[in-house]
Design a protein around this ligand. Sequence first.
Ligand code: ATP
Ligand code: MG
Length: 376
Amino acid sequence: MFITELTVNGFKNLKGIDIRPHEKINIFCGKNAQGKTNLIEAIWLCSGARSFRGTKDRRMIGDDEQVMDIGLKFQNSFREQEIRFKMAKPNIKEKTVTLNGVKLKAPSKLFGELNCVVFTPEDLELSKGSPENRRQFTDLSVSQIKNTYSAVTYKYDALIERRNLLLKSINYGRSKRSEMEMWDIQLAQMGAFISLHRYNYIKKLSAYAKMLYEEISGGREKLDISYYSTVYSSDMLDIAKDYTGLLKDRYFEVLKNNIEDDLRAGFTQKGVHRDDVICRINGNPVREDASQGQHRSVALIMKLSQAYILNEEIDDHPVILLDDVLSELDPSRQKFVISKIHDMQVFITCCDMNIPFDEKQHGKIFNIEAGQIKKK
Ligand SMILES: Nc1ncnc2c1ncn2[C@@H]1O[C@H](COP(=O)(O)OP(=O)(O)OP(=O)(O)O)[C@@H](O)[C@H]1O
Ligand SMILES: [Mg+2]
């Protein structure tokens, strides 16, 4: 799929943006703080996900603006579709999102329509940072291909918070242990659902990643990525056909058996909120042992694999957003990335024009200054 039209007004510092992107390569070029990442973020919001840089609702609308309005047309294998994303002060919690003129209940209902994969410099820490980053990466990736998934993760997180409050309340003698079961039955159902989807996703990701890593390391290194569950053994998830039955029962059992420890700790210690994705190079854990360059390669390859899975699942190329990533990579890795996404639409931000391909032949350059596209 590819974006055919993009208009942005009043989103952060962006004003009067109205462009027809190229089907392949698009470069947003400009000095620091001009609005390049904001433009990438505006596109990303139309994919249904929350801001990749954690922008709060109150910072979405420009300081001197009352309204922000993003309009985007994109073409998939079947037809052209149109997304509008609007917010207005002072009711910033109210987001008006439409798909082909039809109002959606929430931005997350856009999941699965415009599919994007975003790479940012922070993503280069994916294999090095905390397990939470890898859980978020997995959750977002699954949501893109399974539209009921993100709602379940939100509910699960809310329930875990309530369970943790209950643990404290039991410790203070204000609640009874018997109240726990009601929460645990629900948590077990959702936890089993999340575990199985994440496990199956990571299994798929691992197959692509292994292949790509072999290529980037010149066949010298073998990358293994696996899902680490605090509740199940891999065997159990591997043979499970669905999340009801055995998986749900086991989850409930683990929560129940761990209650003494949880009461002592004051929070729930086992469950999908404590799981991780483990990366190994030649059998050694990446998080502890890898060099800076290996971390970059692993992170890049996890993202590329995400794009490949989307392509496989939706039978269409996702749109690739590269924010300040190429300049962080050495020339051979730059070439590797470009070679892997050459048949997809790409948006790249950069401060200078040292880009390893002939942009004049294959794409368009948009110069950005003070939130506007500068006419040449
Ligand atoms: N709500 C807002 N209203 C007005 N301006 C905002 C708002 N939020 C952020 N900005 C401004 O947007 C500007 C551009 O930010 P952006 O991150 O897009 O820059 P950039 O071109 O990507 O720069 P860099 O090359 O440093 O990454 C910043 O100066 C920031 O202060
Ligand atoms: Mg930027």
